[in-house]
Design a protein around this ligand. Structure first.
Ligand SMILES: Nc1ncnc2c1ncn2[C@@H]1O[C@H](COP(=O)(O)OP(=O)(O)OP(=O)(O)O)[C@@H](O)[C@H]1O
Ligand code: SF4
Ligand SMILES: [Mg+2]
Length: 329
């Protein structure tokens, strides 16, 4: 069944305490009022510069980190209200893939056992486990005769396949992948992307993919969320975001992609200045110190998120003036 709100986040806020000079503590805002949803079978991309909160968001959505406030809801129930058995089910049904698969694999466990572990935990009969292991290894392009090897006998790309295979063995509803290919060579990246694409075509699996690489997200995702300094500034259908973005930050990110021929790429200017610190988020529109369009209003008032076409939202006071109306009728 298509579940429009399979996984939903409502007003997530997350701060981290960091020690400053003279042992004083300060709070850094990693996420601020972040709301989103993932539907059954949907692939959602999360993009933004380093430090904008992508991994923090991914961990909170996977239930690995608690927000300061706000809620994550799985099939409509807040994670904080799940009973013991429902929590176990959520942990099984929401699998995470990390940038460095080595850190999430037990180095002393043979990969066959590692991939089979979720099958054992979820009670797949032992006679079916080998068949299922073979099916999953074939799906991610791992030779079955490697089951007796240990993780350090594999290349980075193969280890990422093992990580994906292990996640798939849990029969997840949702796969949350944090920079799944950024540590790999370009040719290997393409192979892993193709595995994810194939999974998208083959099943109703939902995916949330965090990546710096907007082109990868355009290739693989239905929708893309653009984050800036802990907040969502734009969200829209992947292709529409490229053909008609509605926020100057998105425009600048697209303009920074070499050789891309879109209106945003030709109109936009490359980002000037460094990302401000998450310890002191600028007032008003948090992007204003770097925005070439900023007016007084931008420095004092936080722009609201508005919907401009079906499922395409952006938070910019001047979106309509810069990119046209195109409001929902
Ligand atoms: N455990 C922590 N303690 C203190 N600060 C943290 C912690 N984890 C993350 N942060 C800070 O929170 C902010 C968001 O970090 P996060 O790792 O979510 O960003 P990111 O978008 O994933 O970055 P990258 O693209 O570099 O992976 C950053 O300013 C980061 O320094
Ligand atoms: S609200 Fe103002 S500063 Fe922010 S992105 Fe829009 S124009 Fe730029
Ligand atoms: Mg990260």
């Amino acid at each position: 069944m298509n579940e429009p709100n399979l996984l939903r986040a409502v007003d997530l806020r997350k701060t981290f305490k960091v020690s400053g000079q003279n042992h004083s503590n300060r709070f850094l805002t990693a996420l601020d009022q972040v709301s989103l949803h993932i539907s059954t079978g949907e692939t959602l991309g999360i993009a933004g510069e380093s430090g904008c909160g992508k991994s923090t968001l991914a961990k909170i959505m996977a239930g690995l980190l608690l927000p300061d406030s706000g809620e994550v809801l799985y099939k409509g129930t807040p994670l904080s209200q799940l009973g013991m058995s429902e929590q176990k089910m959520f942990r099984q049904k929401t699998q995470m893939i990390f940038q460095d698969p080595f850190s999430s694999l037990n180095p002393r466990m043979r990969v066959g056992d590692s991939i089979s572990e979720p099958l054992v935990i979820s009670g797949v009969p032992s006679q079916l486990q080998r068949m299922e292991l073979a099916r999953i290894m074939a799906a991610v392009g791992l030779p079955y005769d490697t089951t007796n090897r240990f993780p350090d006998e594999f290349s980075g790309g193969q280890r990422q396949r093992i990580g994906i295979a292990r996640a798939l063995a849990a029969s997840p509803d949702i796969l949350i992948a944090d920079e799944p290919v950024s540590s790999l060579d370009i040719s290997i990246q393409a192979q892993i992307i193709n595995i994810l694409l194939q999974m998208k075509l083959d099943s109703a699996l939902s995916m949330m993919i965090v990546s710096h690489n907007l082109l990868i997200l355009r290739h693989i995702c239905d929708r893309i969320i653009i984050m800036y300094l802990g907040a969502i500034v734009e969200c829209g259908p992947a292709l529409e975001l490229f053909s008609r973005c509605r926020h100057p930050y998105t425009e600048a990110l697209i303009a920074a992609i070499p050789g891309l021929n879109t209106s945003a790429a030709s109109k936009g200017e490359l980002l000037q200045d460094d990302l401000p610190s998450a310890l002191s988020i600028p007032a008003g529109c948090r992007f204003h110190p770097r925005c070439r369009h900023a007016i007084d209003l931008c420095r004092s008032e936080v722009p609201k998120m508005s919907e401009y076409s079906a499922g395409h939202t952006a938070a910019c006071h001047l979106s309509e003036a810069l990119y046209g109306s195109n409001y929902l009728s």
